[in-house]
Design a protein around this ligand. Structure first.
Ligand SMILES: [Zn+2]
Length: 422
């Protein structure tokens, strides 16, 4: 085997390695090429090796010894600290453009619209380690009766991901600056993405209630985006109005895709006083039966377990600027809940398999930690796409999962026919 299948795929589809080679190199001193080091981090992250010392070990004597060869953790830190994050961001945008051209964003449900979600996630929290760009908060805790306080350091990143595709695909990330809130950080990220990718790249943005603010929706509309945002108690007047109007209405007649457990109320042109405008609101009520086990005491003092079926009810409100025309309002519910995958699947997988929360580089490596996080997300994204497009699509029966892909990918790096330099 001359090259790894993943590498061949990246080159054929994304012209990936010439792009890595063309990234600017800001170093004064270099034992290794920047390309070698960036590839070590990229493949190490795609194989889910996690921390940089593990990548160093795998390059020296493990899975990457033939493909990369010896490279130290210090050399990686030195190189990443001098790498331009804007260049990695632009590389991510090139990849996104190609994914869109290749129909990877194609959706079975979003009516031809490309839907993106934005959300924040906290990484690298610590009471001990910090850097000049760390965000801070005071944490109160008790020792016996005594109340104490301690400063906790952390970073928060905003992530924009495509959610209309068959699996969530991150498009870009941005670190929240000091003095900036998550909404401002996410807005800056969206502006950067649309500047690079063009105004018609994304159609609809979905996000959580934190973002339902007049100033935010005005700015994303100026970027050419429609939006669907969860409505909660942080917009009390609009929520009260939606509850009042829905209470007087019958549920909207269900459409073909809607199952019996869901009821939906459609409230077009609802007055959002705080923003001095009208919005569309959908209220949904879902009733689901769940089996539970309950311990009951019998007369003789014995306990036994009884299985019961409990009906759980969940209510959600989504606000939107989308004018539906002949589209059923169920579509707003589909859009609103499409971002649930971000929290339940994407962030969890990025944390557990993508090592997103492990700092590896921090104090004195402010720029490197940003670049490392960006490369980790890019490696995760491309390994995902490779898995779904090249590996999983070829299964006749249920095959192996995304975790196993990393292990198999690592094993196959040992089979390539590169002269062994160690
Ligand atoms: Zn920090």
């Amino acid at each position: 085997m001359s090259r790894h299948q993943f590498e061949r795929y990246l080159d054929q589809v994304f012209d990936f390695f010439p792009r890595i080679a063309a990234l600017p190199d800001g170093r004064c001193y270099a034992k290794h090429t920047a390309q070698k080091i960036l590839e070590a981090v990229f493949f190490g992250s795609a194989c889910q090796f996690g921390p940089l010392h593990r990548i160093e070990t795998e390059c020296r004597q493990g899975a990457l010894r033939r493909r990369i060869g010896r490279v130290s953790e210090d050399a990686i830190g030195y190189t990443l600290e001098r790498q331009d994050p804007n260049a990695i961001f632009a590389l991510g945008c090139d990849v996104a453009r190609q994914l869109k051209r290749n129909q990877v964003f194609a959706s079975t449900w979003s009516r031809g619209l490309v839907v993106a979600a934005v959300d924040g996630i906290e990484i690298c929290s610590s009471f001990v380690r910090c850097c000049s760009r760390c965000l801070e908060r005071t944490v109160k805790y008790k020792v016996g009766e005594e109340q104490r306080e301690q400063i906790q350091y952390y970073h928060r990143i905003s992530v924009v991901s495509i959610v209309s595709s068959s699996f969530p695909i991150p498009l870009g990330i941005r670190f929240q600056h000091k003095g900036e809130d998550e909404v401002a950080c996410s807005l800056a990220l969206l502006e950067d993405l649309i500047r690079q990718l063009g105004r018609r790249f994304l159609d609809v943005l979905v996000t959580d209630a934190l973002y339902l603010r007049a100033s935010f929706v005005q700015k994303i509309e100026a970027l050419g985006l429609d939006w669907v945002i969860t409505l909660k108690a942080n917009q009390p007047e609009l929520l009260a109005e939606a509850e009042r109007v829905a209470a007087a209405l019958a549920p909207y007649p269900p459409c073909a895709q809607q199952d019996e457990s869901l009821q939906l109320w459609y409230l077009p042109l609802l007055d959002w006083v705080a923003a001095d405008r009208d919005v569309q609101v959908v209220k949904t009520l879902r009733q689901q039966s769940r089996r539970r086990q309950q311990v009951e005491s019998a007369e003789a003092g014995e306990k036994h377990i009884v299985k019961i079926v409990a009906v759980e009810t969940s209510t959600n409100f989504y606000a939107s600027n989308l004018e539906l025309g002949s589209i059923p309002p169920f579509f707003l519910h589909q859009l609103g809940r499409s971002r649930w995958d971000i929290d339940t699947w994407l962030f969890q997988t990025l944390v557990t398999e993508g090592a997103l929360k492990q700092p590896s580089l921090h104090q004195g490596y402010e720029n490197a930690s940003m670049v490392l996080t960006m490369i980790r997300v890019l490696a995760f994204t491309l390994a995902q796409v490779f898995y779904h497009r090249q590996v999983r699509s070829h299964f006749r029966k249920a095959g192996f999962g995304f975790c196993d892909l990393a292990r198999r990918m690592a094993e196959r790096f040992l089979l390539i026919s590169v002269p062994d330099s160690s």
